[in-house]
Design a binder for this molecule. Structure first.
Ligand SMILES: *Cc1c(COP(=O)(O)O)cnc(C)c1O
Length: 393
């Protein structure tokens, strides 16, 4: 088996001094555990806001709903995009004004619409006739964003197909909404999460422009574009910087809309919180299943059910750091549960330094988004992923 010196560039994913502090902070915490560094969330938010100063941020709460994260973003002036009455309750309990909330999920029960409306939320997204009718009936007078379908091409975690409708269908919904007791407010889209092709926003903005013009002929003046999420976090596969995304997207919008710019909002989830998280895990076992097997199996105490579900199809490649030094060989990585789909990576080959033994800690970077909120409840008895806010000692 081919071996080479183990190298892992920590500084690509986190300031090394910061990481040392996180290691020492986590020293006595049982694994697996997600450590979240709020300073990084703050920096990500400020960086994004500075790169798109005229756009309003609606944080997609589902990416990381930890209380401290929401409180920090609230303090920084963020708005919040919600998907359920449970998320709404969480926001209201923190005293966040309903005027800073939107109900962006296009899939909603009548009772949920009623609840959001009763609590004062007046910005909703839709993509279908029946949902629109429910909004007219149970959220009268509200502002409505119409979600267009995107392909999700270029995204590591596409959200395509399930959400949005074709622009022609959306056109008819807008015209219909104008005759109802609703305010047709604008167009929304999501180009797919961890979208590495910035050009996908160009296509989507062009579709918005087409719809703005088409409904203007019916006397309907749309006012807003919601350019969704999809902004990148720092995983194994590289992306452009947020600054480059911001520059390009603003250029696309100006090219299509000129001086007559609509109000723009965005709904980042992943890009604000992913880089702020490190999962501390432990090697449970290292096994070669036959004398002639090329690769060893390495079992960690976290897997698909413990919070790393985005490893499905190896879509998201988390940076995984083994602290030992030495020669390394390629391995297959799997989680701890009794389900054979609980394999993290077998096609993309991670490397592990030799001498790594059960009990060694392993650090998984860029895990602040879509990990704890995705972890299962008591499958095989394992509790949902524990998450702790990093505190400097
Ligand atoms: C999940 C979601 C987002 C956040 O997407 P990211 O790719 O994590 O930034 C934004 N808007 C909507 C409607 C979503 O469902």
């Amino acid at each position: 088996m081919y071996k080479e010196q183990y190298t892992f560039n920590i500084s690509r994913f986190m300031d090394e001094e910061r990481f040392e502090k996180i290691i020492s902070f986590a020293k006595d915490i049982p694994t697996p555990c997600l450590i979240v560094d709020l300073d990084i969330v703050r920096n990500k938010y400020l960086e994004l806001q500075a790169s798109m100063p005229n756009y309003k941020i609606y944080y997609a709460v589902k990416a990381n709903p930890m209380l401290e994260v929401i409180m920090l973003l609230n303090e920084l002036g963020a708005n919040f995009d919600l998907a359920s009455p449970y998320e709404l309750d969480q926001m209201l309990n923190l005293g966040i004004e309903p005027s800073r909330l939107s109900f962006g999920n296009t899939i909603k029960k009548v009772n949920d619409i009623k609840y959001f409306y009763e609590k004062g939320v007046r910005l909703f997204a839709t993509d279908s006739k029946l949902d629109l009718a429910n909004l007219a009936k149970y959220a009268p007078g509200s502002k409505v964003l119409f979600r267009i379908l995107t392909e999700g091409t270029g995204a590591d975690w596409p959200l395509s197909r399930k959400f949005g409708s074709h622009p022609d269908t959306i056109y008819h919904l807008i015209v219909k909404a104008a005759k109802m007791n609703l305010q047709p407010w604008g167009i929304s889209f999501h180009v797919g999460s961890q979208q590495r092709d910035i050009g996908q926003w160009d296509d989507a903005v062009a579709r918005c422009k087409y719809l703005f013009d088409a409904v203007a002929e019916e006397g309907i003046e749309l006012k807003m574009i919601n350019i969704g999420g999809g902004f990148p976090a720092n995983y194994v596969d590289p992306t452009f910087s947020i600054q480059e995304y911001a520059t390009e997207i603003q250029r696309f919008i100006t090219e299509d809309f000129g001086d007559n710019l609509p109000e723009i909002i965005l709904e980042p989830g992943r890009s604000l919180v992913a880089d702020a998280g490190v999962i501390v895990s432990e090697v449970i076992n290292v096994a070669r299943k036959s004398k002639n097997n090329l690769y060893q199996w390495v079992y960690l105490d976290i897997g698909k059910f413990g919070g790393l579900i985005e490893t499905i199809d190896e879509s998201i490649k988390f940076p995984i750091y083994f602290p030992r030094k030495g020669l390394a060989e390629e391995i297959i990585l799997a989680g701890p549960t009794c389900d054979s789909m609980d394999i993290l990576y077998e096609h993309y080959r991670y490397r592990m330094p030799e001498g790594t033994v059960p009990g060694d800690r392993v650090y998984i970077f860029t895990t602040g988004a879509y990990t704890q909120s995705y972890s299962s409840v008591n499958f095989n008895g394992f509790p949902p992923l524990k998450a702790v806010i990093f505190e400097e000692k």
